[in-house]
Write a protein that binds this ligand. Sequence first.
Ligand SMILES: *[C@@H]1O[C@H](CO)[C@@H](O)[C@H](O)[C@H]1NC(C)=O
Ligand SMILES: *[C@@H]1O[C@H](CO)[C@@H](O)[C@H](O)[C@H]1NC(C)=O
Length: 762
Amino acid sequence: MVGSLVIFVTAMLTAAVLADEECHWNGQMTKGHCQCFSGFYRSDCSGDCGCNGYGTCKTDHTCECEEGWKWSSTERKCVWDCHCADGAKCIGPGVCGCKSHCVHGDCWNGQCECWEGYKGATCATFDPNSMMNKGVNVGMNLGGINYYSSEIKFVDALKESAEWVTQRTDRHEWNTQEQGKLHLRPDGYPASLDGTLVVGKLFFRNVGDYQPHSNYTLLYDGEGHIVFKLVNHKILKQFKGRWLIHFEPGHGGIFFSITKTNPQNPLRNVRIVLPGFEDRYEKFPFNPVFQEPLRRYSVIRFMDFLHTNGHGPEPTTWATRRKPDFHTQQGNSGGALEYMIQLCNTMGISPWFNMPHAADDDFVRKFAQEVKKSLRPDLHVYVEYSNEVWNGIFRQAKYSQEQGVKLHLDTEKWKAGYKFYNKRAGEVADIWSSVYGDSEKLVTIWAWQTGYFDYSRQVMNHLGENTKKFRAVAVTGYMSCGKIADKDPNFVDMSMAEILQHCQSDINNNYPKTWGKFLNMSSDHGLKLLTYEAGPSVSEGGAIVNGANKEEVTNKAIAFNKDSHIETAVYELLNKWNDVIAKAPGNSFPGGLFNYFASTGAPSKYGSWGMLQYTGQDPSTVPKYRGVQRYITDHFPNNPLGPRCSFVKDGALWFGCFQQGNKFQCGQSDTSGRSWAHYPDLHLTEHSFLVLDGYDPKLHLAYIRAVDKIGVNSYHTIDTRSHHAWKSLTANDYHAYLAYRHVTRRLPNGVHNGLAAPSSCH
Ligand SMILES: *[C@@H]1O[C@H](CO)[C@@H](O)[C@H](O)[C@H]1NC(C)=O
Ligand SMILES: *[C@@H]1O[C@H](CO)[C@@H](O)[C@H](O)[C@H]1NC(C)=O
């Protein structure tokens, strides 16, 4: 009796599993037949040609491997195919490693690509004078990580995807709200999916219009079925674990869903790589189009990246931190520390970290230890407890009051709140200081309200002796132009020139007074003064507080934020801050930092906070961007805007851009590297020099960037065989082409082995 029951149950299970396994997870069932992925054969797809995702079956059931791969008759599968010089190892399909370890750089195609500020064949030599952001007192707040963010930070689009919704294959509902029924793995992917249950998530929402209509690569581990919705798309090639898909993203974005997963080998580690980046995405996870406009700043504040406002869970422990391999970087626990460190190391930019309001001591200590261990040693690290803990619209304000009352710091809630802030911010600063010793690299921050000076003075006075735990007071440097959008009924009828006058009057008359009071307060306590957020804030305050806005006021504010007059306002704001605060006696580093808010974001009734509206927008057309770059160029004229001599060697030939006489030229040399044939002029009016970033030997194209006087790039390619066809490219296309594995990229700064470089390069 017992025996037959067991047999019966086993038979049922086998039947259920069989439906999914009919094609052995090596294909998909369509109209009763298995459609095998490329590289598999037999009617049930049980035959494997060993293609490994990179080839198609031959008639003898071995594999015709793609370029970069070759058939190994011993391993009976496609393996990497490289032809590397000097015995270097293969590190990817057709990608050679480096002879020596890259000390402060990343190896690619046999060359070390140095981090900003390092040079030499192994990137071992530090040269601060080569850094574009050397000594610059402008920093930047990055945008948050969201499926609808217009800042495309990663080349794997799923890093900024939403959290899961649940659906049913037999129900037409957007979200059946069955998240509670999901069995999720630690990496966030479902361990199994019962019956008709489906998980899915959006990405590129509201920003699809700006994304390339081109070929993306889907990569995944494990076994299961994937379905895309909401987007025009065509699956061009389908291997197991690797699909090439032509997407035409639109405003609604893309919906990615997992309709089946094999519980024995769940579908996981899904990546959707932007066109061009399949070869490099793993080593170089950041979108170069996102990185480029950040290169001249000295600090990145990760407040939104870390999801500081409303950070979760409470309490925040080290075990709850976001890991790089989680299915998305979006969510209450913010982006992974590993990514922030990598971004700062490669770009030579100092990080500003906000510690979660409910983080325990262990979290703060482990975070600090990881930064101490992995951040390159020349960078500073700014540390702040939470963000705007006074600000009632954020959870951390309520939390600090709750904690303050619980600890009997005061019976009045608002006082208990600031007393808790002072206590906890001091403890957090102590933990970091204990990890960093008395290193001048650590900048501990104290920040309260900027709008009401007396309130802040009261809170700082309560801090008493504990001011010694901090190095700097941080305020805002916002330019509301006299709160003109909220207060002036004539705002909608004003000309842009009139609005600018209001901004200038505010800049000249009001800000120096406010900043001056904070400067005095800070120096009285032995602290420096800097900003945590700053920049234009012409928008309706009411919209942020309660969502109320007037359409015509919103439109006017957005128009001013895009208008050429705002370039002057931003430029003058920075200059005023510099004159009054950065240059004030006694307020030297770390004082004086102007930390702009924020890098990228779409304008709305809540404000036009993004300097750029979306990643890939041409910065030369953005007045706010131009205003800031002009300021940096004026005040840091000796900082380079890029390499003045750039060379690529392909086989025996050299390609290069450099100064010749009084103009910049690009060209190619004979094999001796001595005599150069110049390409025709690239007729641009504003550019100051040219950089050769790469050469594609298959297409015979050189990729050349023109850099103008304030560091804004335009992108070009020239056909090196005909020597005359220049073509302009978008930033997205330029960086996508450069990322292909067969492109030879620019040599690391300072390495011209075997080249008799033009005299201007010595
Ligand atoms: C996309 O893939 C198709 C099919 O392989 C190819 O014909 C097309 O040129 C590719 N497009 C781009 C932009 O690479
Ligand atoms: C700052 O302190 C100086 C010196 O005591 C004083 O002259 C100045 O008026 C103060 N500035 C402000 C804005 O309070």
